[in-house]
Design a protein around this ligand. Sequence first.
Ligand code: C2E
Ligand code: CA
Ligand code: CA
Length: 646
Amino acid sequence: MAMSPPFLSRGSRGNRVGRRVGAMLTTSLVVLSLAAMLLTWRQPAMVGRTAALASDSEGFRQAHFLVGREQLLLRAAVTGLDAEWYAAQLRALRPMVLDSLARLAESAGGERRRDLVDLLDAERLLQASTEALFAILDRADLTAAAALVEGRGPLMESIAGRLSVAQRLHTAEYQAQLAMAARQARLLRYGMVLVFLVGLAVLAVTGWLRRTDRRAIERMAAEDALTGLPNRTAFQARAEVAIGAAGDGPRRPIVLVVDLDGFKEVNDSLGHYIGDKLLVEVGARLRACVRGDADTVARIGGDEFAVLLVDAEARIGEETADRLCQALVSPFVIDGMPLDVEASIGIATAAPGQDVGTLVRQATAAMYVSKEHHLAHSRYDPNQAGIAARLTLVGSIRRALDDDELVLHYQPKVAVGTGELIGAEALARWQHPTRGLLGPAEFIPVLERTSLVHRFTQHVLTMALAQARAWLDGGHRIPVAVNVSTRCLLDQHFPEVVAGCLLAAGVPGELLWIEITENTVMADPERAIDGLRRIRALGVSTAIDDFGTGYSSMAYLRILPMDEIKIDRSFVKGLGTDERNRVLVKSTVELGHNLGLTVIAEGVEDGAALQALRDLGCDGAQGYFLCRPLSIDDFDAWLSNRAVPV
Ligand code: C2E
Ligand code: CA
Ligand code: CA
């Protein structure tokens, strides 16, 4: 499958961006957490170092005090008063001084350690002098003692000075350490807040991604990946809801199962790529035939689609089926290649509380009946009575064609101004062996849903042209008009069929008219226009039948290869008195004439209508007032009895 499923493109850009953001956030979270962890890891060392520096500060203060006191005692001892007490004090103090300086030296690092070791050495030197001092004091030689202490003065100053420098340096280091600890604590605090916020963001993004992924999965589970239509599961769910909502009210949900004829051949001969594209296009056309939000078109199998109509009257099933068929009439152009697709449709209406599986099975069974018997659609019938009747009818029509039971009646077309015969419309009748003469309403609607219509139209053309030839041979130039249904006009080979019939009958194209309805044209305007052009190229004239009952676009009307408009009989009825119809006919006549077309009125049932048509400038008329459709014998009799020459 070369096509990218539609669901992949939808919302996936948002997901991609989301995933990228999620990955970035997660990476940031990991990096931030690592950094915070590292900071926290280093925290005990930082605390230890700060505590050690704090304790050193205390050590410095103590050393300062002890050194100061020692020096004070030294200086006081030489005064001669109470020398023994001073000596005792000094003796007790000396190891404390040494100890405190040694501790400072031990905990200091690098350069300062060396300074402190030097300081310690200087103190030891000083303390060595103290031993000499004690001996001098013992001799009570105060002069010598004073001289000794005096001589040690610079050493003492140096000790006190170096201790102060060391203390200052230590204080600076301690303060720097405190600042660093504060910075680190701040960093950790902000880092934690950031980790928390990023963590929240990661949670939010992953939550959102999980939700969108879940939605995508749900969509995938409910959607057909190729066409983007709901799949069988989603269809069944919707049908269940519709059946529940309908309760036992009069408007029942309707299910149509649509199976494409000949899809397998397309797939096998042209490959899956073309097959897939065709399915996508078919899906889109079917989708366009139902009410956007209320009804559902789903793909429930390979080339099988299903339609759910809710809140619908029963007849809507058949109307929708007709629309679906009509939508598939014009060929699908896939990669420049025109492909014809026809569908077989089965219709089933849900009974109150019916289970969906059974309902779809019923519609599928009806679809198989359609397929088997070349019907466009059929409705599930528990007794199969309706289907049987229709199938019998299709079979009988086929036989009627073989057995020549179809006959044509002819209704004259007359010029309004002169009463001159300007043509005859061929109207099909079925001379049924048991039911008598049947009008077209009895068999044409069924016939038009089968491919038998092609054979039927060719048969009518052959008979009508044979009659035109017979009249020509009898000296009457009477153009015959043949009604052509949508399926035939949109068949690419139809102009060749017409050419073949003309040739076989030996009738010039000018003696044949083709009547088509507005809806036939609008089913596929381009194709219809192409067909009409090719038919007109044979010299054949064309008319829009039942004008006013269908919907035709002015834009197309202007460019249609047409020669005549036939105003529908509903507008001609009561024309003598009905003012509204009079206005409608008047404007249609003007419109036709402005487009260069002749205008004929159908269903002229009284003289007043004919007079009104004359007043309004209508070109031709057809109707019971002028003449009913007649068998050939009756027509010939009518012809020879006419006062107006042909
Ligand atoms: P149509 O083409 O509009 O044919 C005119 C119908 O109006 C004919 O009905 C005719 O009998 C009827 N009619 C003529 N004058 C009057 C009138 O003054 N008042 C009223 N109320 N009706 C009048 P018919 O023969 O029953 O044909 C019905 C339709 O069947 C035709 O409508 C045409 O659409 C279709 N049909 C007939 N023969 C063929 C055929 O050979 N091929 C196709 N595809 N359709 C045909
Ligand atoms: Ca007609
Ligand atoms: Ca008509």
